[in-house]
Structure formats: structure tokens, C-alpha cells
Design a protein around this ligand. Structure first.
Ligand SMILES: Nc1ncnc2c1ncn2[C@@H]1O[C@H](COP(=O)(O)OP(=O)(O)O)[C@@H](O)[C@H]1O
Ligand SMILES: [Mg+2]
Length: 691
């Protein structure tokens, strides 16, 4: 009925309140006061969002001013110029261009009351961005068009009205993505369910059908989608904004270091955390009141089984929050036969971070690589247990699981530094583990490179004491009290720890002698330091005396050294050269292969070459292939290619190379004359190979 209604800041609490109070006042005064309240509100908005004059908020403010009387315009000038960062001259120009071009038929803007649209839906949805390009009429979002005579026409863009009620920023610790929460209503009045739409998908408008189904219709037409997008955004300028964190662990919020779990942030009120379904059990009390009782209970975990089992697992729990300082670049891996309580014990340990049972561990090796990778990324500064690395029925499944393990363990072992990744969309971020990844399995995965990144924790059948385990399970709900207290204690001395722990780590690394692989002493040092830090907190809470803590330290150190040594030997045994020789020995012993001249009467096997007193002359390709086949038949695989193996055999002095015989050609392979021709052979020292 009327044109150019005075702008209304829909949903704005202040304006609404003022409007309510003014209802009783007479019409003229009401309009004037309303106007200044609006100006004030808009000014506040502009300042808070630090927007420019051309933004919707800036335009709204300038439009309101353009319609105000001269005095109001003068009074508001300086503040508006400062807020929008424009000159007084620009201010005047803006007001001139935005002054309403009043249609001739309308001599005066109509009073506020008369501009109210007829229905509720229209009132809620009306847009005024200065030019009223869109508004809601009869429950539909419409584009406003004017003809030459100033006559107005409305073109519906869809058959509903919708608004973004909330803009949700989801922070995964590496990237922030935005999600819009939309609410709407069909023109029949039927409410539409709240829809959460990724901001990237929003503009395309395909989400309309996806969330609201067949009845919500976007009109056809070339630019309709784009207009509707604009209209909804303009309609939603007062949408509230909030940040939701979707990862666990440390985060700087408002200059404070806090630790996130499902329940919120330790150390700061009012932080919203929304974790993946699989991580929702990670929940720590925000205000721990029983750190001492919790710590006492937590320490009793150490007594449920052999020290070689309990200490490394306990240390891993207290290591997780130290991740930013002591990178846990290895995977504690509980292995042993089915029923040896691996899952049960790890679930109990995980109870330091929430309520877990062996059936509700956060992840399983059967999941896809991508999923596991993402989970290990989101479970930052926390332990993530991947359950049940078991032999699979089919070769395909077995390979899949093996690939998973290789990828996750390698990623844990070589985690890339944080902040290395770009938020630039062209670079899809990769997800490195950000906490302690643990695993259970009937076996360890194959391959030196993987094994070297694993801290194998052996569960022998019957080694865990059932009565102690049962008692520990009964008091596990106290563990989070200990962990929350520990985390807050770490927070309070974070700077100090950042400088001291790495130095101590360097010293400790030197303590493990004779461990084969470089990484083994490193993970010993990391676990020991975590154990030490956890025990220091236990003393701090007076759960134990310093003397008892010292005993625990000594016990833990012995257990961890034992673990490191066993691991060192395993890695050694997995060296490709040793594996090659072991398999070769096995093949010869079983008669599956033989060398000429042979004493064996069993000629059913494959001939792999020749021998004399000092050397074996192994047909290089045939031998490699036979060894690789043997590994495959066992369900594994040979870890390196033939050329790599030859190089390693030469480096470790198992073979005599042509170069050593003064020849310039031949690489690692020698020539052997037999059966009237030359053969490429590995000239293996009989003694060195123990054959
Ligand atoms: N406190 C307990 N006392 C006796 N049995 C238990 C206790 N806790 C768990 N169990 C049982 O031990 C069995 C094997 O445990 P599980 O952790 O699944 O072994 P694994 O993972 O090594 O195959 C399960 O059937 C479980 O119910
Ligand atoms: Mg299990």
C-alpha cells in the first residue's frame, strides 16, 4: 500500500525494545525518536563490524540518515564519517544519492504504523538495504522492480521466506569453515526445518531441495538463484555468529591457553565444542575438584599387570597433552593373542579422557584410511586408540588393513609441523596426527619403516591380573579428575615446560644403549619424560610421596628400557637383508630350493644358483622372486625392491661386488659361468650369511 517504508532493523532487540516503549507516544515524536534510535543502533553495528560505506550495514545507516532531517544529519556526521572511514564530503555525496526518490503520488513518507505489511511473515522478512531491492510478500521472497514511472512490481524468487539465523564458524585447529543455520517458512505458513548449510554450498542454492524437499521451490530464471542468495543474505544481516571448535586439545582463545574436550574448554567458560561422533566420549570435568583422588586411582592402573604393559600405556596417557612439546612420533602398539585383554586395558587407560569400554574405543583398523587420518588429526593432544589389527579373511582386506597401518603409523612418525599448510583452497590440507595414536592387534604390522615407528607392548595371555583389573575398572570414573587437574597444572607452567622438557629429552635419549634403530631411544625418552611429568603431578597433588614417585620412576624406567631393547631387536630382525637371508635359509632347509652342486636328493625345489666353499652364487632375479613369494605365502611381503636389496647386501658386506674384484662394470652383480653361459649372480659370502 505504501512505498519506501522507513527502514526497520528486524529482530534487533534494542530497536524492538525502544519501539515498544514508544508505542504510547504520539505519532510524530515516535517517528523522530525511532529514527535516532535506529541511527544509534546502526552506528553501533557499523563500528562493531568495521564495515565500509558500501557494505549493507553502511548503506543502511547512510540511507536512514539520508531520510533524516537536516539537524540529525549534521549531528551524526562526524561519528558516521569516523565509523565508515569517509570524508565529510563523501558523506554529503552519499546522502544525496541515497535520498529517497519519492514517487510523485506519495508526497510524504507514510507514518511508521501505516507501512506495516499485512501479515506477520512480511514483517519479519522485509529487507531494506536502502533501495528495497527485495522484500517478503505473501510469505515469499520477492525482487522489487520499478518501472519508469516509479511504479513497483514484485517478482517472487521462490515460494518461501528464509533467513540465516546463525553463522557458525567451525574451527578444526587448522582451518575455519563456515556453516549457515537457516530457518524458513513456506508461503503456506508451513515451517521449514532448521537447515545447516556449508557456506561454500550456500550460493548454489541446491541445498534448498536437499534440506527442504520437493515443496520448497526456487523459481526458474537465469539470475534467480543469485538474487535469492543476495536476498537471503540481506535478510540476515542480524544473524548471530558463534564459533564452534571441532577438535580436542590445546587452543589459544582470547589470549588464554585452554584445553578442549566435549564438555567445553578447561580453563575458560562458555566455549562451545562439538566433536565428531567418534570423539564425543572425550570429556573432562571443567573444574576438577578431586585431582588427588583421581591421581591415586590413576596410579593404581600401574599395578593391574606387568610393568612392561602398564607403564608405557600410562605414560602415553600423560604424554598426550604434552604433544606440542614432546612430539609422540611413534605408535604404542598393544599386541598379543585374542582375549589377552588388550582392548580392555587400553579402554581403561583411555578412561583418563572420558568413559570408554573395549566396545566403545574411538576407532578400528577396519575404517578407511581417510577416516582414520582425519580422526587422528581431530583428536589433538589426546590419545586415540585404533582397535584390532587382526588377520583378515581375504587377501584384499588384509592388504587394506596393512595399508591403513602403514599410512597412519608413518603419518604419526613423520608428522609435519603445524602451520605448514595453507588455508588456500588450492592446497587441500593433509591431516597429520596431532595426539598420541595407539593401536591394539593380534600382530604387529610388517616392514622395517613401520616397525621402527612402533612401541610394541606385548600382552601375554594371563599377564593382566583380573582382580586388580576389576577394581581399577570400578574406579576409572575418577581418572578424568586426575587428567583435568594434570592439564591445568601443565597450563600453568607451559612456558617453563617448553624450555626444559626438550633439554631433558636430549639427555635421556643417550641413556638407552644398544638399541638398534635411531628412533627406539627417542621414544623411550619421550615416554619416560611423560611418565616423569605425570608422577611429578601425582606428588604435587599429594597422591603419593616423592619417595614413592622415585620408586615408580625407577620401575618405569626399567620397564621402558626393556621395551626399547625388545623393539630394537624386532626392528633389527626386520632388516631386509636379514629377512632375505632368513628366508633363503628356510627355503634351503625345507628343500623348496637348492644350490648346485647339491647333496640333497630332493630335487623338487627350485634351483637358485651354485655354491662353493667360500661363496654362494645366487641367481639374482630367481632368488629375489622366490624369497618374495615365500613372504607372500606367509601373508606378508618383502619390504624392498631387488635393486635396493642388492645395494643393502653390498653395504652390509654380505656380498662381494665386482668393484671389490677390480672390475668397473656390473654394479652389485657378478658374472658366473655355468651351463655354457654367463649368469647374473649375487656373490654371497658363505660365512657372513651363516649358510
Ligand atoms: N575385569 C574383568 N574381569 C574378567 N574379564 C574381563 C574383565 N574385563 C574384561 N573382561 C573380558 O575379557 C575378554 C577379552 O578382552 P579383550 O580386551 O576383548 O581382549 P583382546 O582385545 O585382547 O582380544 C572380554 O570378553 C571381556 O569381557
Ligand atoms: Mg580386542
Amino acid at each position: 500500500m505504501t512505498l519506501q517504508p522507513a527502514p526497520v532493523l528486524d529482530g534487533n532487540v534494542i530497536a524492538a525494545e525502544i519501539e515498544g516503549r514508544l508505542a504510547a507516544l504520539d505519532e510524530v515524536d515516535s517517528r523522530r525518536l525511532k529514527l535516532s534510535a535506529e541511527i544509534e543502533t546502526l552506528l553501533g553495528l557499523v563500528k562493531a563490524r568495521q564495515v565500509e560505506a558500501t557494505s549493507p550495514e553502511g548503506r543502511s545507516l547512510l540511507t536512514v540518515l539520508a531520510r533524516a532531517d537536516k539537524l540529525t544529519r549534521e549531528v551524526a556526521r562526524d561519528e558516521t564519517c569516523a565509523a565508515l572511514n569517509i570524508t565529510p564530503r563523501a558523506y554529503r555525496r552519499f546522502l544525496q544519492t541515497l535520498a529517497p526518490a519519492r514517487p510523485k503520488a506519495e508526497p510524504k513518507p507514510a507514518p511508521e504504523q501505516e507501512t506495516k505489511p499485512e501479515t506477520e511473515a512480511e514483517q519479519v522478512g522485509r529487507v531494506d538495504d536502502g533501495q528495497s531491492r527485495y522484500l517478503v510478500e505473501n510469505g515469499r521472497i520477492c525482487a522489487v522492480t520499478f518501472d519508469r514511472n516509479g511504479g513497483r512490481a514484485l517478482v517472487p524468487l521462490c515460494n518461501f521466506a528464509a533467513q540465516i539465523t546463525e553463522e557458525i564458524a567451525r574451527d578444526d585447529g587448522q582451518e575455519v569453515s563456515r556453516v549457515f543455520a537457516l530457518e524458513g517458512r513456506l508461503d503456506t505458513g508451513q515451517p521449514l526445518p532448521r537447515a545447516q548449510v556449508d557456506s561454500v554450498q550456500f550460493a548454489g542454492m541446491r541445498w534448498v531441495a536437499a534440506h527442504w524437499g520437493v515443496r520448497a521451490i526456487v523459481r526458474a530464471g537465469q539470475s534467480t538463484t543469485d538474487k535469492l542468495r543476495e536476498a537471503i543474505q540481506l535478510l540476515s544481516q542480524d544473524a548471530s555468529a558463534r564459533v564452534v571448535y571441532v577438535h580436542t586439545g590445546w587452543k589459544q582463545i582470547g589470549g588464554q591457553r585452554v584445553y578442549l574436550t566435549s564438555g567445553g574448554a578447561l580453563g575458560l567458560d562458555g566455549v562451545e565444542v562439538s566433536l565428531d561422533e567418534k570423539l564425543q566420549r572425550y570429556r573432562l570435568p571443567l573444574q576438577p575438584t578431586q585431582a588427588r583422588e583421581g591421581m591415586a586411582a590413576s596410579l593404581r592402573f600401574l599395578d593391574i599387570g606387568p610393568a612392561s604393559v602398564t607403564y608405557p600405556i600410562w605414560a602415553a596417557m600423560y604424554l598426550a597433552p604434552l604433544t606440542p612439546i614432546l612430539t609422540p612420533d611413534f605408535v604404542p602398539w598393544a599386541y598379543g593373542p585374542t582375549g589377552s585383554l588388550k582392548s580392555t586395558v587400553l579402554a581403561l587407560a583411555l578412561c583418563h579422557y572420558g568413559a570408554f569400554t573395549r566396545n566403545t574405543l574411538p576407532a578400528s583398523w577396519e575404517a578407511t584410511e581417510n577416516f582414520l587420518e582425519k580422526l587422528a588429526f581431530l583428536a589433538a593432544d589426546a590419545p586415540l586408540c585404533i582397535d584390532d589389527f587382526a588377520p583378515m579373511a581375504t587377501h584384499h582386506d588384509a592388504q587394506q588393513m596393512e595399508r591403513n597401518a602403514i599410512r597412519i603409523v608413518r603419518a604419526a612418525g613423520n608428522r609435519s609441523g603445524r602451520g605448514r599448510l595453507r588455508s588456500d583452497l588450492a592446497f587441500r590440507p593433509t591431516y597429520s596426527p596431532r595426539g598420541v595414536v595407539l593401536s591394539t592387534g593380534e600382530q604387529l604390522p610388517n616392514g622395517t619403516s613401520v616397525l621402527a615407528r612402533i612401541a610394541g607392548i606385548e600382552f601375554a595371555a594371563g599377564s593382566v591380573k583380573l582382580d586388580a583389573l576389576t577394581r581399577a575398572q570400578a574406579e576409572a570414573e575418577l581418572y578424568p579428575q586426575a587428567m583435568a587437574g594434570y592439564i591445568l597444572w601443565l597450563r600453568d607452567q607451559w612456558e617453563h615446560l617448553t624450555t626444559t622438557l626438550p633439554v631433558t629429552w636430549q639427555d635421556l635419549r643417550g641413556r638407552v644403549v644398544g638399541a638398534a634403530h635411531l628412533r627406539v631411544p627417542e621414544f623411550f625418552a619421550t615416554l619416560y619424560l611423560a611418565l616423569d611429568t605425570g608422577l611429578s603431578f601425582a606428588v604435587e597433588t599429594q597422591a603419593i610421596t616423592e619417595l614413592t614417585a622415585e620408586e615408580r620412576r625407577a620401575q618405569g624406567e626399567a620397564a621402558l628400557i626393556e621395551l626399547a631393547k625388545a623393539q630394537g631387536e624386532r626392528v633389527q630382525g626386520e632388516r631386509p637383508t636379514l629377512r632375505f637371508l632368513n628366508v633363503l635359509r628356510e627355503l634351503l632347509a625345507q628343500g623348496k630350493a637348492f644350490l648346485k652342486p647339491t647333496e640333497s636328493t630332493n630335487m623338487a625345489g627350485e634351483c637358485l644358483g651354485w655354491q662353493d666353499e667360500d661363496y654362494l652364487y645366487l641367481l639374482s632375479a630367481a632368488t629375489y622372486n622366490r624369497v618374495a613369494k615365500f613372504c607372500r605365502d606367509e601373508g606378508g611381503y618383502f619390504p624392498v625392491k631387488a635393486t635396493t636389496l642388492h645395494k643393502m647386501l653390498a653395504e652390509e658386506k654380505y656380498i662381494r661386488t665386482p668393484a671389490e674384484e677390480g672390475l668397473t662394470e656390473g654394479g652389485f652383480l657378478s658374472q658366473y659361468w655355468a651351463d655354457n653361459k654367463n649368469h647374473n649372480v649375487l656373490k654371497l659370502y658363505r660365512k657372513a650369511a651363516n649358510l
